[in-house]
Ligand binder design. Structure first.
Ligand SMILES: [Zn+2]
Length: 272
């Protein structure tokens, strides 16, 4: 919990402290580019009612869309982050143009700091809202373990913003999973984009190949195919359900709800 000190005034902070005096373990005053903040470290276990939705989902993150899920639905990249990225570049240039040690440079540095702060707040807000939406609408969530994802190393700002947004999104998925009693699984991303989600055959693709076309007749958007593989991997790892053994045609015939009851039986989660 972060409260701005100055705009709220000390009385509000005082009320807040007395409200949580019993559980507040630590107060930290931190300085940000736009002012001072008091952080209250509170030890509270947050749990929400478990409401089953009967839905299982696999999530593939990417640069074209923020993510594509195993139903083929996509969430676009947040446009405000792209805008902020441009503003960041401008602010950075302004700093480098100013004379070292000048007060104008100090001002420009502060502006750059505020810009960075804005981007990080927007990113956090987007990650929280998107993750909460996913957790609330599914019971079983499988996503790529981004720490082991072999990311192309480059210094492009757009890429670093996306990377940061993805890792925050994953953190909030895990957090909300615990709060809402949903199963959240991180799976190794190896082969998820190359393998066919229907027959398991490897279909080699370059980064620019956007469609997965397999000799078995499967034609899917590249990311949709990857999301299906991620879901299959997650189900196998956590619930012991092997989609390859069961067969996709049967899964499709059963529909989501039956797949969900399989998950419930395997993970021992309550259905009501
Ligand atoms: Zn195939």
């Amino acid at each position: 919990m972060v409260l701005p000190l100055e705009p709220l005034g000390y009385s509000v902070v005082g009320i807040y402290i007395s409200m949580h005096l019993m559980s507040c373990q630590r107060i930290r005053v931190v300085r940000r580019a736009d002012g001072y903040y008091a952080q209250f470290c509170i030890d509270v276990e947050r749990t929400e009612e478990y409401i089953p939705t009967g839905k299982v989902i696999g999530i593939d993150v990417g640069l074209n869309h923020f993510y594509t899920d195993s139903d083929g639905d996509t969430v676009p990249n947040p446009r405000h982050l792209r805008k902020s990225e441009k503003a960041l570049k401008r602010a950075q240039k302004r700093v480098s143009r100013k004379k070292k040690g000048s007060s104008n440079r100090k001002k420009a540095i502060n502006k750059l700091g505020r810009r960075h702060l804005k981007v990080s707040r927007q990113r956090k807000d987007f990650a929280i809202k998107t993750a909460l939406c996913v957790v609330k609408s599914s019971d079983f969530i499988a996503y790529e373990d981004l720490q082991v994802k072999n990311m192309v190393k480059n210094h492009k700002l757009a890429k670093s913003i996306s990377d940061a947004a993805w890792s925050q999104f994953a953190q909030w998925l895990e957090y909300f999973g615990k709060v809402y009693g949903k199963t959240v699984v991180a799976v190794a991303p190896q082969y998820t984009s190359q393998d066919c989600s229907t027959c398991g055959n490897s279909v080699k693709k370059t980064l620019s190949t956007r469609t997965h076309i397999c000799s078995c007749g499967t034609v899917l958007d590249r990311d949709h195919n990857a999301a299906l593989n991620i879901l299959a991997k997650g189900l196998k790892a956590r619930a012991g359900i092997n989609l390859n053994t069961v067969g996709h045609t049967e899964i499709n015939a059963w529909g989501q709800t039956d797949l969900y009851s399989l998950v419930v039986t395997s993970t021992g989660k309550p259905t009501d």
